[in-house]
Design a protein around this ligand. Sequence first.
Ligand code: ADP
Length: 590
Amino acid sequence: MRLSFSSRLGLSLLTLVLTVLLGMNFYFPGVLRRQAEASGFDQLQAIARLAEFQGPAPDAVNARNTWVQDIALRSGVRVTILDRQGQVLADSQRDAETTADQSNQPEFRQALQGVGRAVRHDQILNCDVLYLAVSPAASGAPRDGNTTSPYVLRFALPLRAVDQTISGVRRRFWTGALLFLIISGSVFFLVSATISRRIKKLQEFSRRIAAGDFRPVELQPNGGELGGLARALNHTAGHLDKTIQVLTDERNRSAAILRSMVEGVAVISAQEKILFSNKAFSQILGLDTVAVEGRPLLEVVRHSNLLAIIKKTLATQEEFSSEVMMGTVQPRSFGVTAAPVKADGPAGAVLVLHDISELRRLERVRQDFVANISHEFRTPLTAIQGFAETLLGGALDDPVNRRRFVEIIRDHAARLARLTEDLLKLSRIEAGQLNLEFRPVSVHSLVESCLDTARLKAVPKELSVAADLPPDLPLVRGDANRLREVLQNLLDNALQYTPPGGSILVSASRRDDQVVITVADTGIGIPQAEQSRIFERFYRVDAARSREAGGTGLGLSIARHIMDAHGGGLWLESAVGEGSRFHFSIPIAS
Ligand code: ADP
């Protein structure tokens, strides 16, 4: 059984008080008794001296009895005369015959040498009695010159009064002690009940803190030490509350950041279990988001390169980076970094997956671009070099071919110039240096200015070029020169890819807050699969035909960039053998 603090304190105090009281109970009556005995003996001694002073006891039995009664009457003590063998000769209270032989009593034996003292219980009186025995000759100066007196005088004083006093004192003492115990016990009970109530409150409070409830405990006006403790606990709870709040906020912020990151992040324990992973991580690995955390790494990650890098980090506690491909249908490249994380116990690893597919694609595009440029430049350069060498090798003197050779060189040089110009334009556009001058532009005048040039080119190709524009078209907002460039390019392509006898029609219509201009031809059309690619740089459906016609493969790419910069669009509809319809939209001028 576990006792409360106040019960234990109460029991200890009670034991202490009882021990003290019992000690006093045994010590003080003893002292009193010893004092009473000492003064009793002193009294008996004085009586003995007086008796001696009265002269020796007479020898005759009657006279002896009278002598004894006389002294007993005067002194108030029992007086006995004994012979030296211990036989009672006279006794002030009892008959000499009825009194037993006293030779064995200690006071008697001591008295033979001088003075004898003894304390003994008396059966008849039923109390303790002090005995003092003297041998008159031995104690006093011999009156007849005889050193040994034939008598021993014994004086007896009952201690009844002393015993009564002592038991009275004892009674009062215990009554007082009982009263003291009751009063002090009640006070102790009241005080300890208050204290234990307050301690219980503090216990309750600390339990609340452990459960995360930091509301302060109620303070008592005169709190004393417990009040001080309560104040200190309130202060600690407040501080804890604030610290936990700060930590929780920080953790929530970190979790929110990690969750919203586009990079896949996972924390792996030293036991190769997933401790944390964000949504992006699950998406990259194609996992069910909910069930990832707590699962063994091997169950979740099947990618051998990824597993290898994690294991290497866990084993060496060093950071490693690598690149992995994920996904089978649409493979994507990821930069992987695995770094050790120090936590309690053995260190785990944090894994970050960063999608670098776009970066790799751009790298490929750049490589393709460089390869394309080299390829585009090589043909005219080879031609120029070849014909120049032919001329130098003697053809200069050949009046039939030299002009044709020089014309070929000129055409290829012009092609190189066009290529260079288009490339410069493209790079300026991509570098954001297009410097468009936006002004309200009339669609009618835009179309008319381009149609004139197109009609000229159409005649030798036996093509008809026409425009069908509604009269109430609003002005559009754009750079007239650039828009003309776009329309011109579309018309050039239509002229280029439409066989003789075909027709080209430019139309326009308002669609919401834009004007859409359409260039429709009855040409060869573009296969569905190629339609999205013709806007790429150098992409041509039929490269040989395009080159033959002096095309660079950059026209549509430049046109789309220009339309994007206008906040408009460029798209097409086409079917092989039926013709193509290129549309571009321009925002209306406000
Ligand atoms: P190019 O200088 O080769 O014309 P473009 O970028 O203008 O380059 O066009 C890219 C490719 O798109 C052309 O090579 C051609 O194959 C295709 N194309 C463009 N316009 C038409 C059209 N109106 N009809 C058929 N094919 C076209």
